[in-house]
Design a protein around this ligand. Structure first.
Ligand code: HEM
Length: 196
């Protein structure tokens, strides 16, 4: 019983990002920052991974699972929780899907070495906090899945059109940090929800 419970709990955290002809998200722009590009797709569907994709013509499917925090400390978690907004706000009909892969060097480091780069040297949380609550976010991990995955993370952001500038500014700041020296593949896909 405990095995099937943990399997279904894992399934509930597992999502498929399907680039193709379906889904409520329309792709408005896509840019490859570094590494191999991703085929273009007109729309994006985000579906629980256990459901059949239903899009035989999918151009690509990326899988990710939500997970526990790896780096945040208590005070940072409190600071985030005090200001962060949830996904699905009606006014936040713009989104960004940014799949990221980090280098073997990054993954060969220890957790404390990675945290040192992520926060002490790069201020990832501090930079990100500047865009809150305008930007809502969710991080999906790919390395927790069985089998090789094309990316290590699927990062997802939702914001209103008047906050695109703040989002882009925050992105520029993050990409200029030491953490991004360890990014070897990054694709920036911008989307708008149907009806907008
Ligand atoms: C909206 C503002 C943002 C905030 C508040 C924020 C905050 C965070 C936090 C707290 C974590 C650590 C989670 C943990 O403890 O495991 C994290 C991880 C991460 N964030 Fe952000 N972030 C933001 C924007 C971004 C953007 C724009 C990107 C991509 C371009 C990004 C990419 C990532 C990645 C790839 C990780 C995983 C790092 C790793 O485990 O190596 N973040 N972020």
């Amino acid at each position: 019983v405990s095995t099937s419970t943990s399997q279904s709990a894992a399934a509930a955290r597992h999502f498929a990002f399907i680039g193709g002809d379906n889904g409520i998200w329309r792709v408005t722009q896509a840019e490859t920052l570094i590494g191999e590009t991703l085929a273009s797709a007109p729309r994006l569907e985000i579906a629980p991974a256990e459901l059949p994709a239903g899009d035989a013509a999918a151009h690509w499917v990326l899988h990710g699972v939500t997970s526990n925090d790896r780096y945040v400390e208590r005070s940072e978690k409190a600071a985030l929780q005090a200001v962060q907004a949830g996904l699905g706000r009606p006014a936040a009909f713009c989104a960004a899907l940014i799949p990221i892969r980090k280098t073997a060097t990054w993954w060969a480091m220890t957790q404390d070495e990675r945290r040192e780069i992520f926060q002490a040297r790069s201020q990832h949380i501090g930079i990100g906090l500047r865009a809150l609550p305008a930007v809502a976010r969710r991080l999906y991990h790919c390395r927790d899945l069985p089998g090789p995955q094309p990316f290590d993370f699927l990062t997802w952001f939702e914001f209103a059109p008047e906050h695109v500038g703040a989002f882009d500014e925050m992105l520029r700041a993050l990409r200029a940090t030491p953490e991004w020296h360890y990014v070897e593949r990054e694709v920036d896909i911008r989307l708008a929800r149907d009806g907008h």
